[in-house]
Design a binder for this molecule. Structure first.
Ligand code: OOG
Ligand code: NI
Length: 472
């Protein structure tokens, strides 16, 4: 088969998903539940006479295979190498996430395809976290550095294949197959820790995620996330199947016009891990890190829309904390407060809360053919009012791990007070992240903005209009 990065990404994602199913069988059950929920949602839609005859209209093929994963890395070299590995699969760093706001000594980016075509072919993304050595206490940093120095999370053959792909711009089909098998080794679970039980406990006392990053020989995938069109139904089915589901769905409430991201998961499993004791003998212990998650994606918000979202969520959390709300009460507060976020496309468009793709209506197509508007100037609102253009929201392709406004009470209970202080005083450090990465991160807002502008520019050209006014 002809080599192309999109096909390689799709195959890699599939192989990773199959591997994770054998490692965490509950994840396999979760993907079955997602299929069931999506089928039910489509049926319910059809029965309600919603005029959706083709399930693929609601469920484009990309949804059915869509996954995101998450990994946590320890060193700049690991991050830079992962960047090279993902680039071969057409995945690039988009967005910077400062996790110190939630009390984690980590920051992150997401590797994902950037353009609409590639996203439509396969939207695999990996949320990739880097440990921040500057936010560790001296003792923990020394321990972490010593453990990380000894490990190599990439096989030698994978490095050869990466170099080959970089040099030649492609891999043969047998090399691609090897790239997948070798690449999986970076993400595979190992039940033997590389640290002693004593070291593990020290790391864990400072923050459980430090122990998760430092104590193993590679960067095991810690969850995979299929996408659904009805997350409320998935949550219900998870509970019915007796899965250890989280109490409630994170993110915005259910809406007619969904925004950003709603997520739920089953809780991380406690797994047996073998640690060496001081005399080098393996002893039994346990570690809790791996889980399964599900998400429903909505529309990408502009910085203005995001600010509104963050502000409302902050109010929700303050109110819920004051009332010590149960999850049912939280749901109610969420619903009430989110009335301030218009659930109406034309409002979201006119207030510039979300990003949109523009296209010609049938009327617009006719005008384009006739070239009757050639050389004129028109405003965007005129073109919309006259039914020449129409718009459709752009899907949010990024993450919402801990939206700034959503954090009201950082969960630092397991941190020592010195490290707590270090993390609390930290701010984002995108420069250091980019230095470690060895490249610039693409700003996600700019990416959506450019997508929007490109569709408008395409319409303008086809209509032969000179300029389109009042765009923003
Ligand atoms: C962060 C994972 C973030 C999501 O869906 O927001 C993420 C972590 O590694 O703990 O996957
Ligand atoms: Ni996730």
């Amino acid at each position: 088969m002809e080599w192309n990065p999109d096909a390689l990404r799709a195959q890699f994602c599939h192989a990773l998903s199959e591997m994770y199913k054998t490692e965490v069988p509950l994840y396999g059950n979760l993907t079955d539940i997602v299929w069931e929920a999506d089928a039910q949602a489509v049926r319910a839609n059809q029965e309600a006479g919603e005029d959706i005859l083709n399930p693929d209209d609601v469920l484009p093929s990309r949804n059915r295979v869509e996954r995101h994963g998450a990994i946590r890395l320890g060193t700049a070299h690991e991050l830079a190498t992962i960047r090279r590995m993902f680039a071969i699969m057409g995945m690039f760093p988009v967005g910077y996430y400062d996790l110190s706001i939630a009390g984690f000594p980590m920051h992150a980016t997401a590797f994902r395809p950037k353009d609409l075509d590639a996203l439509a072919r396969h939207p695999f993304r990996v949320f990739t976290t880097l440990l921040r050595m500057d936010l560790l206490t001296d003792k923990t940093r020394k321990l972490a550095q010593a453990a990380l120095k000894q490990r190599n999370i990439f096989t030698d053959r994978l490095i050869e294949l990466i170099e080959r792909a970089e040099k030649q711009g492609r891999l043969t089909s047998s090399e691609s197959a090897e790239f997948i098998t070798e690449g999986l080794e970076t993400f595979r679970w190992h039940s033997k820790a590389t640290t002693t039980l004593e070291e593990y406990k020290l790391l864990k006392a400072e923050h459980p995620l430090i122990a998760d990053i430092v104590s193993f020989g590679n960067c095991h995938i810690n969850h995979l996330t299929p996408r659904t069109i009805d997350i409320d139904l998935v949550q219900k089915l998870m509970l019915e199947h007796g899965m250890p589901a989280k109490e409630r769905i994170e993110g915005p409430p259910r809406r007619v016009h969904p925004i950003l991201l709603r997520q739920t998961s089953f809780k991380a499993l406690e797994e047996t891990v073998y640690f060496r004791d001081a005399s080098g003998v393996f002893i039994k212990g346990s570690h809790t890190a791996r889980f399964g998650e599900v998400e429903q994606r909505g529309y990408a918000l502009t910085p203005k829309g995001r600010e509104l979202y963050d502000g409302i969520l902050a109010q929700v959390n303050t109110e819920a904390a004051k009332k010590q709300a149960s999850s049912a009460e939280y749901e109610e507060i969420l619903g009430n407060r989110f009335r301030d976020f218009p659930d109406d496309l034309s409002q979201m468009h006119s207030q510039r809360l979300a990003y949109f793709c523009y296209r010609l209506t049938q009327n617009g197509e006719n005008l384009a053919k006739a070239q009757s508007s050639s050389g004129t100037t028109a405003s965007l609102s005129q073109l919309l009012q006259r039914g020449i253009l129409e718009y459709e929201p752009i899907t949010y392709e990024d993450f919402l791990p801990l939206s700034a406004g959503g954090i009201f009470n950082s969960n630092l209970s397991s941190s020592t007070s010195q490290s707590k202080q270090l993390i609390a005083n930290a701010g984002p450090d995108i420069d250091s992240f980019q230095r470690s990465l060895g490249t610039q991160i693409t700003n996600e807002f700019q990416l959506y903005e450019r997508m929007e502008q490109a569709t408008l520019e395409d319409c303008r050209k086809r209509l032969g209009i000179e300029t389109v006014l009042d765009v923003n």
